[in-house]
Structure formats: structure tokens, C-alpha cells
Design a protein around this ligand. Sequence first.
Ligand SMILES: O=C(O)C(=O)C[C@]1(C(=O)O)C=C[C@@H](O)C=C1
Length: 332
Amino acid sequence: MPDEPSADAAHETYSYLGPAGTFTEAALAQVEAAAGRTWRPVNNVGEAFADVISGRSIAAMIAIENSIEGGVSATQDALANVPGLRIIGEYLVPVNFVLVGRRGTTIDGVKVINAHPVAYAQTRGWLETALPTHGHIPATSNVAAASELFLSSQADAAVAPPGIVNHYDVDVLAEDIGDNPNAVTRFVLVGRELSIPAPTGADKTSLIVELPDDHAGALLEMLEQFSTRGVNLSLLESRPIGDALGRYRFVIDADGHILDERVADALLGLRRFSPQVIFLGSYPRADKQQIEFTSRYDDEVFIEARDWLRGLVSGEPQSAEASSATDAVTGM
Ligand SMILES: O=C(O)C(=O)C[C@]1(C(=O)O)C=C[C@@H](O)C=C1
């Protein structure tokens, strides 16, 4: 089987949305373990995840959220539908864009533009003002948008990362065309490794959760699983499940790590409540911001409460000193 990658080769390979020069490649450049390894450019999220599942690559770097456009739906849907994937790290890349054309193109001659849909959404305001009658052809990545200008593309120009001039012989027709100069894209490194990185105190847990049969308050009940354990959410997005109109799953990022008692307890609550909970991983936050929560959700409070229950069940006499787990732990 000539196509079968050797275990060593897979161990050496990281997949990313290519070709070279994409923002995804810039995210992969932040991964220390990927330095000096093979970087395999792919055309879409499905191909990247197939590499990981088949063992061709040890991990894949994938865009998951943009500060302007929101969640990258192709990634969220693939994470919901491809079993066996785990997020092992997150990375942030500031994004801004230029408009480029083949040598000699002038901006007045631009009628049709190649652009990745997420990049197009981030430059739409500028394009609608500068080129109000333009047409748009979607591209598989920002760099592919520019490279296609040299194939049989109908487009006159492309939305691309500023570094594109290092890869292709193009004229820059306009700079800084992003609608928001502070735009950032969040990327995740996805692997198959089921062991969970140790907690750092600045972690995130990603989940996909379905609601039980349609009933009033179901979404509120799901959110209560977090709020009653003092767990803050940094992302909550709905995506259609796809089997019928009006059925949604929820993509969730919760502050904390599965080894934090309050997060583990929220997961137990979700598991009892929801017909499907997909655990995508607990991993260090890119911004390294420590998670803050009130002391009544400390690990020790959960542990003391469990010990108390165990004591009751095994017939131990109750201590009169503290009346609740929080009091016992905080000495209040
Ligand atoms: O085309 C690229 O450069 C990418 O890395 C892909 C991608 C994305 O998939 O969202 C990444 C960042 C930008 O926000 C737009 C496109």
C-alpha cells in the first residue's frame, strides 16, 4: 500500500489550510512542537480532519472563530460530526487584508474578486464602498484566492494576507481593507490524543451539546448546569443539527478545565440532561488569562461535600462545627 503513511511520518506531520502564506500557517508557526516537522497544506477542514483520523498527521491547525464573522461553521460542524477528535491548544492571529491583482491591474478594472468567505465577510464594508458593483468568487483560502488569479480564474483581483507579495508576483491595489483593524482569528490545534493536558489555571473546555426534546426552558436548563457551578461561558453558538428545520446543537467554550471540580460537576449535570454531549477538550487559553471564580466553587468545597455525603451514607457522626461545605472549607 504505497499511500499508507509510516507511524514515524505521521508523528512528524502537521496539517494546515494551505497553501503556504495563510493565516492558518501563521497559527501553526506558534506551535513549538511543530518546529522542524513536516507541514502538510490541505484544501479544507474535512481534509485536515481526515489526515488526523487516518493517522497521516499527528494534528491539524484549523480556524474556529473570527472576531468579526463569529464561528467558522465548517469547523464547528466537522467537530460535531467527526468522532475521535480532541482540541489540544488554541492560538490567536491578528488578521488584516490587502487587495491584489495580476501585474498591471488597476483598481478601476476590478469587476470580480476572489476571496475566502470568512475574509470576504471581514472586508465587505470596504469592498461595497470602493467597488460597489463587484462580483465575488469564493476561494478555499486567502492564499488560494490570489494563486487562482494565475490559473483560469474569472476574477480580476483577490483579497489576501499582506504577506502574499512574498509568495506571488502580484500588484497590491489597496492596503488595510479589513473593516475592523483589530480583527483576530482564533485557531485550534486538533489531534486524536485522548489524554488531557494538565490544568494551568487558565484553561478552556470546549463542548457540543444537544437539548432534550423541544420544551420551554430547555436552553435555560442547559445554561443552569454551568451557572449553578460558577462556570463562565466565553462562547455559546447554535448550529443546525441538519436533520430537520428548527433543531440546533450548541457549541460551547466554558472557562476552566475538566479536572476542575466545578467544570467536572457541570459536565455530569449536562450528561444527565442532554441526549448528546461531545467533549472536545480542555486546553490552555491562548491569552493565558487566569480563570476567576468565587471561593464557594473551589475544588475543596466539592470534595468536602462528597466526603460529607459519603460519611452520611456510611453512618459517620456529623460534625457540629460547620453547617455547609463552603463553611467547612473557607472556615466561615
Ligand atoms: O485563508 C486563510 O488565510 C486562512 O487561514 C483561513 C481563514 C479562515 O478559515 O477563517 C483564517 C483567517 C481569516 O479570518 C480568514 C480565513
